[in-house]
Write a protein that binds this ligand. Structure first.
Ligand code: CS2
Length: 479
């Protein structure tokens, strides 16, 4: 079958929107992590911007997979975005100037040092930043240790960004802006601090330059983007009439909120459709705690209750009611008001998005990397409630569901998909939920050490975990 490319766009039916360009755009952005979320979310905004401002093309760098790079290079960077919603839509995205892989270090560094590159963005998932439990750069992380010893060919995104900044600093070229686009609480400040700490371990002068010259705005990113699968590729081939081996899919809803630093890069992204604000923290907390906290809860409780997708789990009235009540009673009370954001309306909108029958969002995908996700998705809400002397019964039960999930997987010998998977399995392999929770806290896996001194909370979490593990949902969920 003919492959998608600029030379075959004329074969694609007119109802499929496509770039109004005949060749890849010029590079203005370097992006690390060209996975499905980046290509479904940020790239769609930039694709729109390119219609009027053609020098914002994205050179995407994969630090891990050469396969994605090969498939997209064969298609000159073009791919289909399938919008799965009440009104399905198909759009060919042409936002990328090129794709580079793990073996293209020289070209990647040359791009980072190119004055035409004004922005470096990242979607490497929470674990990709090599942060320790407290959110600071983990200098003992194997990739960070490697990059400090061999800075010329980094493995980590932090190492790569500092290498690019070092090249610009050495040549007297102004730095690019750095913009993390991952679900990470306070992502801008954390990534900026990580860059400075990495540089300090090399050359203090570079660290000082980064500290005073490099801008790292915080962001909140949101669009439900299920992993691509063969059904998607077959559907896209049927609609386009040409083969696309890099298609992505998402819901119609998309939001990109960026801390407005008042400079040309932020302004350009505002023209692309991003929301510029001086209160990115408000948007970010609401999204991470309401949407992502509910997502993780649906993943663990849903899998334990035999469901496979978010929409399936939302069809389980007991679980759907639990989530709704958790948001209303436990999560929203911890959120400061955000101008222009009606939190109760946001709750209703998130639940409706979860029920989207056109989206098959697998709970296994969301359940991955729990040790990285749980602290900010549910842990921060628990800490905020405990600081007020309250016991958030639903959030405590949700944390219990994560533990019950770990116990079930560990005892069934099913691998736990998580950077700490082996350690999690060791903690969850034996004993009752109280013992498992104590081990997780001691190992700083998903829980802060402070929780060890909160017997009311730990008792409640463990009780819910044991009940969920035994399938006693009347006891696991608050009455
Ligand atoms: C999901 C997120 O996989 C997961 O952990 O909770 O990817 C979620 O779909 C996005 O944050 C939605 O914006």
């Amino acid at each position: 079958m003919t492959r998608l490319g600029y030379g075959t766009l004329d074969l694609v039916p007119a109802r499929v929107t496509r770039p109004n360009r005949t060749a890849p755009p010029t590079t203005g952005i370097v992006h690390f992590g060209p996975g499905a979320f980046h290509r479904a979310h940020q790239a769609a905004y930039i694709d729109t911007l390119l219609d009027s401002e053609p020098d914002w093309g994205i050179a995407a760098v994969s630090l891990r997979s050469a396969a994605t790079v090969a498939a997209l290079t064969e298609q000159q960077g073009l791919y289909t975005l399938a919008v799965r919603d009440i009104t399905p839509a198909y759009r060919i995205i042409g936002a990328h100037s090129r794709f580079l892989g793990p073996d293209d270090a020289e070209q990647t560094l040359a791009l980072l040092a190119d004055p035409a590159v004004r922005l470096v963005t990242t979607t490497v998932t929470e674990k990709g930043y090599c942060l320790a439990a407290g959110g600071t750069l983990d200098l003992t992380h194997p990739d960070i240790a490697h990059d400090l010893a061999a800075p010329a060919v980094p493995r980590s995104v932090i190492g790569w960004i500092v290498a690019g900044l070092a090249a610009r600093h050495a040549r007297g070229i102004a730095p690019f802006m750095v913009m993390p686009c991952d679900n990470l609480a306070n992502n801008g400040a954390k990534v900026r601090a990580a860059l400075i700490r990495f540089a300090e371990a090399q050359t203090p002068e570079l660290a000082a330059w980064i500290a005073t010259q490099v801008r790292v705005p915080g962001t909140m990113v949101d669009s439900i983007t299920p992993a691509a699968d063969d059904a998607l590729y077959a559907d896209v081939a049927d609609v386009l009439g040409v083969e696309d081996r890099a298609a992505v899919q998402r819901e119609a809803f998309t939001q990109w909120v960026i801390e407005d630093l008042g400079d040309p890069v932020c302004a350009a992204l505002g023209r692309a459709g991003a929301t510029l604000t001086d209160n990115v923290a408000g948007y970010e907390q609401a999204k991470l705690r309401i949407l992502n906290g509910s997502h993780s809860t649906l993943a663990y409780a849903g899998l334990l209750r035999g469901h496979a997708s978010v929409a399936d789990a939302m069809g389980d009235a007991t679980l759907a009611d639990f989530i709704d009540t958790m948001i209303r009673d436990d999560i929203i009370p911890t959120l400061p008001p955000v101008a222009g954001l009606d939190l109760d309306g946001y709750r209703a909108a998130v639940l409706a998005r979860f029920r989207n029958p056109a989206i098959v969002h697998r709970l296994e995908q969301i359940a991955a990397d729990g040790s990285q996700k749980i602290p900010y998705r549910l842990g921060d809400t628990l800490a905020a409630q405990r600081a007020q002397g309250r016991l958030p019964r639903h959030v405590l039960a949700a944390l219990g569901c994560w533990i019950a999930f770990l116990m079930q997987r560990a005892r069934a010998g099913v691998p736990i998909l998580d950077p700490a998977g082996t350690a999690l399995a060791d903690c969850a392999a034996t004993g009752d939920a109280h013992a498992v929770l104590a081990r997780l806290i001691a190992a700083k896996l998903g829980f802060s050490e402070a929780l060890a001194h909160d017997s009311d909370a730990t008792r409640s979490i463990a009780r819910a975990a044991q009940a969920a593990f035994e399938g006693d949902w009347a006891s696991a969920f608050p009455g």
